[in-house]
Ligand binder design. Sequence first.
Ligand code: AOS
Ligand code: ZN
Ligand code: ZN
Ligand code: ZN
Length: 424
Amino acid sequence: MQVENYKIDEVNNTGISKHQRQFESVAEDIADVEAVLKKLSSFNIAIPSWALGTGGTRFGRFSGGGEPRSLEEKIEDVGVIHALNQSSNSISLHIPWDIPENAAAVKELAAQYGLHFDAVNSNTFQDQSGQKHSYKFGSLHHTDKAVRKQAIEHNIEVIKYGIQLNSKALSVWLSDGSNFPGQLNFRNAFQNTLESLQEIYAALPDDWKVWVEYKPYEPNFYSTTIGDWGQSYLLASKLGPKAATLVDLGHHLQGTNIEQIVSLLLMENKLAGFHFNDSKYGDDDLTVGSINPYQLFLIFNELVEGMDARGMDHATGLGWMIDASHNVKDPIEDLLQSVQAIKIAYAQALIIDKTALKAAQYNNDVALAQEILQQAYRTDVRPLVAEASLSNGGALDPVGAYRKLKIREHLISERGLKTVATGL
Ligand code: AOS
Ligand code: ZN
Ligand code: ZN
Ligand code: ZN
């Protein structure tokens, strides 16, 4: 299905006068509101192909109905999201969950919805049917060279799919690790990982990047070979300029200062980008901004500050992507909420009085520095986000419009109630 513009306009019209009042009231106090709107309008977050169905947990999965049954239907769903929020113009594929059998046709379909393909993700954390060697004890770090070779070849194959789709990055997340002390020789595991990644790196086209994701635990519970940003950074540094560290917000132990990690990686030109989500306990993959929106704002503060300092274009400099899993919500609503939360945090970071903050930091005026940050954080910037969406032809309130237009009901009538999305 295509969400026609006139339908979005119709829904917008019902809320337009309230929006205008609210927008004028917040815009009045912002120094250069046009610049803020321009940045918000050109900001896009990639949608992962595996997030369009209900993920469930190892205890069960409760399908919501009308889930995409094929890559084509996943593209359709991202098209719905993008039509509503005008901020999700790309999709990130996971191989082999979503193999583009006919890349030209898939690209063409995506283009009809104004979409292109973001990073491609490899998968060496599961065994696929017909595969010669098992990944039970790891992949790129494995003690057996034959297993490593198989995993390297898979990654190179993923790059080949990506080339056909015009992707520009390979995203690698390894579950390689150990469950018990003594199981693994850490140095050998790390060295094997590095050497395997070097072979993959050598297969990257000139204009490609490899993003190295880290995670402290799960599925392994004693050690993970790329367990934190230090280990990822070390690999990325040894690999070379095309390699960088990917930050999944859920991949940190409780209390970790993620914004500081982001700031330093960005400074070193080693920040690949993000897997946005939120969490209370671990890699919960909850809706962005649902648990700790202040942390998200602080991350965006570092991003805006650091990118401006480096003269980087906010819209294109990094890999902006969601990594989420939905157990009880409609995946499309959840993704719409996540993108809104990201845009809100970004808008808040854009309106920080940076000159005043710099001066307060220089003068060690701690209370004032906090006041300045929280002044921005406590401003209701939702009308700015809505205005940016409106100016691009999107909805004032994407979730509200999705419900008013009865899109899920429509998808259920097209696809059926008992559909299960391909993937996890
Ligand atoms: C796993 O915890 C990671 O977040 C990866 O990004 C993974 O590839 C993705 O979540 C799909 O399972
Ligand atoms: Zn992730
Ligand atoms: Zn994760
Ligand atoms: Zn996650």
